[in-house]
Design a protein around this ligand. Structure first.
Ligand SMILES: *[C@@H]1O[C@H](CO)[C@@H](O)[C@H](O)[C@H]1NC(C)=O
Ligand SMILES: *[C@@H]1O[C@H](CO)[C@@H](O)[C@H](O)[C@H]1NC(C)=O
Ligand SMILES: *[C@@H]1O[C@H](CO)[C@@H](O)[C@H](O)[C@H]1NC(C)=O
Ligand SMILES: *[C@@H]1O[C@H](CO)[C@@H](O)[C@H](O)[C@H]1NC(C)=O
Ligand SMILES: *[C@@H]1O[C@H](CO)[C@@H](O)[C@H](O)[C@H]1NC(C)=O
Ligand SMILES: *[C@@H]1O[C@H](CO)[C@@H](O)[C@H](O)[C@H]1NC(C)=O
Ligand SMILES: *[C@@H]1O[C@H](CO)[C@@H](O)[C@H](O)[C@H]1NC(C)=O
Ligand SMILES: *[C@@H]1O[C@H](CO)[C@@H](O)[C@H](O)[C@H]1NC(C)=O
Ligand SMILES: *[C@@H]1O[C@H](CO)[C@@H](O)[C@H](O)[C@H]1NC(C)=O
Ligand SMILES: *[C@@H]1O[C@H](CO)[C@@H](O)[C@H](O)[C@H]1NC(C)=O
Ligand SMILES: *[C@@H]1O[C@H](CO)[C@@H](O)[C@H](O)[C@H]1NC(C)=O
Ligand SMILES: *[C@@H]1O[C@H](CO)[C@@H](O)[C@H](O)[C@H]1NC(C)=O
Length: 493
């Protein structure tokens, strides 16, 4: 009796599944394979470029191509429509180049036919490189130069997050591991003593030691990798898990949420972007952001993903991606008046550890300790808002910073309106530090510079500040990052 219903149920399930429509997507990706942090400047390698390009191609086949498996409603498949896509990365060579590689996979060259145009006088002009296309890259302030910074908080510029991460070095768990692993690190010293002194060869530098050996195990010839035979699978695994433990301790602590400031900013960026897709009826559809593993780990902690899988305690591999899909079962028409309302929309979270491809696809995970990887939009927003830091002012308060972009003048709290001169990209924060997002590429950089210079001028005029004190603010150079890392467990300590 019962059996006769099965085919019917199955066909119902598959037809309603087929009815699900993806309205928008946010992808947060780590860079591809790079050179080691201890041999700066870090560069994206050829292997790394191939990894992000492969991921980009996978996401093209999932969301963009005309025969995509989860095609985003109304997205252009071949020729880019700039208003549909937002791509961003911090000012960091490895991350920016990774983003460019990913985007070429997402929207590859269109070839001779689409990539040509006919002029008024009849001449047909061919676009170079087989019809290559570009997507402007916005720059986000958080994470500037992160791949050259040895310390996890080196690129956040958030005072309280740095203090909180430093607390980790006083924790019983850290001190116990430091003591327990002393002889283990001594045993790997012959492989790394050209880079780390014996005083630096300890759990204190667990990540940078792992990073150096991981890079060497992929790239170095035997001639440039002394005592490589010491790096057995078991030793490598030990180095990796110790690095995981170390970085997790710096990235997240339940009783001190500010430690996870980067994850809090990511949460806010995701909600803002997806909300924009809903409120503007799907005008903007696809967001791609590149960033460091530190922000991913912070987000894993804040969003309780460790309850979904203990793997989330580990550092995600190169080219890992976090994906938030905006989905609906409502009928979606082509006109904007037929766009579903917020209560018909849900969010699905997916993650893939390492390069994504059609033989290794992202997996759904439930956020916030729930048991469903699909969350109604309103629940998603309220949970994300609990962990988000979404304005420059909130950032300054949470970080305990009160100078520079956090001075009352910059925050527009003392009569002047420096803030309002911001970019036209829809961002409502001023540039400089904290959480702002500026306009695209080279032009973007110049606009940002102009905004900052303008702001500095105003502050000089209005606040009567001295130029000397302002200059320090821009302090996101590798030197200053590693400098603070040195006090705090960076390689120099
Ligand atoms: C990265 O590239 C620069 C040149 O662009 C080079 O000087 C530097 O040595 C490279 N870094 C590594 C670790 O290979
Ligand atoms: C057509 O216009 C283009 C661009 O102004 C020019 O380079 C080309 O020589 C013109 N061709 C003819 C046939 O006039
Ligand atoms: C916040 O304060 C820390 C510590 O004083 C400093 O290193 C950082 O540059 C400040 N950040 C900004 C954006 O001013
Ligand atoms: C580790 O702790 C034990 C006991 O507290 C102490 O005797 C030992 O010297 C410590 N080892 C190191 C390497 O600090
Ligand atoms: C590194 O350790 C090896 C083996 O102990 C030793 O032969 C070598 O001289 C050391 N190199 C440096 C730069 O200290
Ligand atoms: C790997 O090679 C680089 C130079 O390309 C060198 O700086 C680094 O020390 C080597 N790593 C190891 C573990 O020997
Ligand atoms: C969180 O931080 C507090 C204070 O720094 C520390 O006592 C505690 O052990 C930390 N918790 C974990 C899980 O590391
Ligand atoms: C979404 O955007 C609208 C319009 O900008 C705004 O009023 C609303 O507060 C936003 N909602 C969330 C959850 O951010
Ligand atoms: C990713 O994979 C590595 C092993 O390659 C593992 O150590 C780590 O825990 C994984 N991270 C996540 C977030 O799944
Ligand atoms: C759409 O319906 C299917 C079948 O009932 C269900 O599995 C899926 O979760 C629904 N999707 C959304 C976004 O509600
Ligand atoms: C996976 O991708 C490769 C290369 O793009 C393609 O040849 C192959 O057909 C794809 N396989 C599936 C199952 O989509
Ligand atoms: C994460 O889980 C803990 C314990 O299970 C709970 O107290 C906390 O509220 C959860 N946090 C979020 C953001 O859901």
């Amino acid at each position: 009796m019962h059996y006769s219903y099965l085919p019917l149920l199955a066909s119902l399930a598959s037809s309603s599944l087929a009815a699900e429509t993806v309205l928008g997507v946010y992808i947060f990706s780590r860079h591809g394979d790079r050179t080691a942090k201890m041999t700066p400047p870090a560069n994206l390698t050829t292997l790394g470029l191939e990894e992000v390009y492969t991921s980009g191609t996978y996401y093209r086949n999932r969301y963009v191509a005309s025969d995509a498996s989860h095609r985003i409603h109304g997205i252009n498949s071949d020729l880019i429509k700039q208003s549909q896509i937002t791509a961003s990365a911090p000012t960091d060579t490895v991350l920016q180049n990774s983003a460019q590689g990913f985007l070429q996979g997402l929207y590859p060259p269109v070839g001779e036919t689409l990539g040509s145009s006919t002029l008024r006088n009849g001449t047909v002009v061919q676009s170079p490189l087989d019809g290559i296309q570009f997507i402007p890259l916005q720059t986000v302030t958080t994470g500037t130069n992160s791949e050259n910074s040895a310390w996890l908080q080196g690129a956040t510029n958030c005072a309280n997050a740095q203090i909180s991460s430093n607390n980790y070095f006083q924790s019983a768990s850290y001190l116990e591991t430091l003591n327990r692993t002393h002889s283990f690190y001594t045993s790997v010293a012959p492989m790394i003593n050209r880079t780390f002194t014996s005083a630096q060869t300890s759990f204190k530098n667990a990540y940078t030691i792992f990073d150096l050996l991981n890079v060497a195990s992929i790239h170095n010839t035997s001639a440039n990798f002394p005592h490589a035979d010491l790096l057995t699978d078991e030793t490598f695994f030990q180095l990796r898990t110790l690095a995981d433990q170390h970085e997790w301790g710096l990235a997240y602590n339940e009783s001190e949420p500010i430690r996870a400031v980067t994850g809090a900013i990511i949460a806010s960026e995701v909600v803002k972007a997806l909300n924009g897709t809903i409120t503007r009826q799907g005008k903007n559809k696809l967001n791609i952001q590149f960033g460091a593993y530190a922000g991913m780990m912070s987000y894993f902690g804040l969003a309780n993903l460790t309850l979904a899988s203990p793997d989330f305690y580990g550092v995600p591999d190169y080219a890992s991606t976090l994906v938030w899909e905006l989905v609906t079962n409502a009928t979606v028409g082509s006109s904007s008046s037929e766009f579903p309302s917020a209560d018909e929309i849900s969010v699905r979270f997916l993650f893939h550890n390492g390069t994504t491809s059609n033989i290794s696809e992202p997996i759904e995970y439930p956020l916030f300790g729930t048991d469903n990887s699909l969350m109604p939009w309103s629940d998603f927003v309220s949970s994300m808002n609990k962990i988000s830091i979404s304005s420059q002012k909130d950032w300054c308060t949470a970080c305990g910073n009160s100078t520079g972009v956090c001075s009352p003048e910059s925050l527009g709290e003392s009569g002047s309106s420096v803030n309002s001169s911001s970019s036209s990209s829809g961002s409502n924060n001023s540039g400089g530090g904290g959480i702002s997002k500026a306009v695209a590429g080279v032009i973007g950089a110049m606009v940002t510079l102009a905004v900052i210079l303008g702001a500095e001028l105003l502050i000089l005029l209005v606040g009567g500040y001295r130029l000397v004190s302002k200059k320090r603010l821009a302090g996101t150079s590798p030197e200053s990052s590693v400098g603070s890392g040195a006090n705090a467990g960076g390689p120099k300590a």
